[in-house]
Design a protein around this ligand. Structure first.
Ligand code: BES
Ligand code: ZN
Ligand code: ZN
Length: 501
């Protein structure tokens, strides 16, 4: 798809479909809707006026109205996209609205679209331009690459038409949005790959190719190096599979640094999680190809970081393995010695993500990390606690937590803070080793997992994201297709940028 930004009047732009946004100016929930277009283009207002006054279209969020051959416009069709109440208008609504325009066009096999940038006093020009780019690119993604009857409905060209005078602000916001969304889509494409294609070795190759293309350095290690480093926890998980593990280390070094921070992004990259000897039930096991979504988020984030060039050092560490039952697999009752020297009693081989991350987090510290963030599809318990609309957010440091929450405000993703205070530590005490890899019972399982990771983090400021509930979407939402969501990529990148200040 090619995207472009043009500073021109939307009504004089020839296109198969022109999308324009509308809000509802009425204030109370029960009041009659007062839809109004967010454009200053008089020809569009005239073309749409009878529909806006007819009461058929209320400009509700996600609502659309399609007019053919609109009078006075060069466009063949005019699509009015609702952004909801004017009083609640935000960049998040714009992202969703731009996405809705693209998804609507896709269902009609219209592959070339123009979108009139919304004009409203309450919208920030740069944030709006960024949200438009993100909405367009994220909505264009579909996870049907393996269907042989696949009809390519992806966009060929999308033009954003801006009427404002603030060209530079809009252009840089738009370019930034493209970087964020490309990174998120790259993560989605990795998560979408089946386990037989995307082995740990293949994930290493894809990460290395991205790094080579974007000017990052990258090393991919396997069993020998893991043994040399003493990564007993990571190796324990990997030993049941014929597929060798991959430790992927990506590095971004800025031309100039604002501070001595070294930010490490650590991702869980289980390319398939059968549960191992503590095998999972057959129902739904196919979904466990997405158990590398944390790794994909970090690889995607590194791509965006390479493009945005924040003035802070960043290291990406991905721990990738396949969790399989076999004659060589690790077993419940085994004791593993992690790279940090801590001994771990394995109670359940299905709690493997925390084991690979234990060594990944410790390793990142030995590389000099001053700030740590990990992302992982870590626990079903987190999905039980929060459902599928929020990911779990844990931290050991107030300031770091606040910085991450600030980043989330800018990206409008959804994370919910959960505790991992020391009073929960009893959950992971073992009789025969330093710690055990599951709790005594099933309560608070997302917290147990976070407490386990915290053992390997020490005093280093750290954020842990449990994305099990959000990394895969079962039903297409207004503008995000069902399948891999690419959650967390944008917030992680935004947080890294905050640490550069
Ligand atoms: N990969 C799973 C967690 C998961 C569950 C991700 C559902 C996405 C959707 C993880 O490795 C796992 O199996 N965790 C166990 C931990 C338990 C054995 C303590 C779980 O959540 O059941
Ligand atoms: Zn598991
Ligand atoms: Zn897992």
């Amino acid at each position: 798809m090619s995207t472009s930004l043009a500073f021109t009047s939307p009504s004089s732009y020839a296109t198969p479909l022109l999308a324009v946004f509308a809000v509802d100016n009425s204030n109370t929930p029960k009041a009659t809707a007062e839809p109004a277009l967010l454009t200053q283009d008089a020809a569009i207002v005239a073309a749409a006026s009878s529909f806006l006054t007819s009461g058929e279209f209320k400009a509700e969020s996600g609502g659309t109205l399609l007019l053919h051959a609109p009078a006075g416009l060069k466009a063949e069709r005019l699509l009015i996209v609702g952004l909801g109440k004017a009083s609640k208008l935000s960049a998040a609504e714009v992202r969703k609205g731009a996405g809705t325009a693209i998804r609507t066009a896709k269902t009609k096999c219209i592959r070339s679209v123009a979108i009139a940038a919304p004009i409203a006093d309450t919208l920030d020009a740069a944030a709006t331009a960024r949200a438009l780019a993100e909405g367009i690119l994220l909505a264009n993604f579909d996870a049907d690459t393996y269907r042989s009857d696949r009809e390519d409905k992806s966009m060929q060209s999308v033009a954003v038409l801006a009427e404002s005078v603030d060209h530079n602000t809009i252009a840089s916001g738009f370019a930034e949005g493209e970087v964020f969304a490309d990174a998120q889509n790259f993560a989605r494409s990795l998560v979408n790959e089946p386990g037989n294609v995307l082995t740990p070795t293949e994930l290493g190759k894809r990460a290395a190719a991205m790094c080579a293309e974007h000017g990052l350095s990258c090393e991919v290690h396997s069993t020998a190096k893991l043994k040399e480093l003493g990564m007993g926890a990571f190796l324990g998980v990997a030993q049941g599979s014929v597929e060798p593990p991959a430790l992927i280390v990506m590095r971004y070094t800025p031309a100039t640094k604002s501070n001595n921070n070294v930010v490490a992004l650590v991702g869980k990259g289980i390319t398939f999680d059968t549960g191992g000897i503590s095998i999972k039930p057959a129902d739904g096991m196919d979904k466990m190809k997405y158990d590398m979504a944390g790794a994909a988020a970090m690889i995607g984030a590194m791509q965006a970081i390479a493009a945005l060039k924040p003035t802070v050092e960043v290291i990406g560490v991905v721990c990738s393995a396949e969790n399989m039952p076999s004659g060589s697999a690790y077993k419940p009752g085994d004791v593993l010695t992690a790279m940090s020297g801590k001994t771990i009693e394995v109670m359940n081989t299905d709690a493997e993500g925390r084991l690979v991350l234990a060594d990944g987090l410790h390793y990142a510290k030995t590389l000099g990390a001053t700030h740590l963030i990990d992302a992982a599809t870590l626990t079903g318990a987190c999905v039980v606690a929060l459902g599928k609309l929020n990911s779990g957010l844990f931290s050991n440091d107030e300031a770091t937590l606040e910085a991450f929450q600030g980043a989330v405000k800018a990206t409008q993703e959804s994370f919910w803070h959960l505790p991992c205070t020391d009073d929960y530590r009893d959950l992971i005490v073992s009789d025969i080793a330093d710690i055990r890899n599951t709790g005594m019972d099933r309560w608070g399982g997302a917290i147990t997992a976070a407490m386990f990771l915290k053992e390997f983090v020490g005093d280093t400021p750290w954020v842990h994201l449990d994305i099990a509930g959000q990394a895969w979407i079962d039903e297409t939402r207004t503008y995000i297709a069902k399948g891999p969501s690419g959650v967390a990529v944008r917030s992680i990148v935004e947080w890294v940028r905050a640490l550069a200040r």
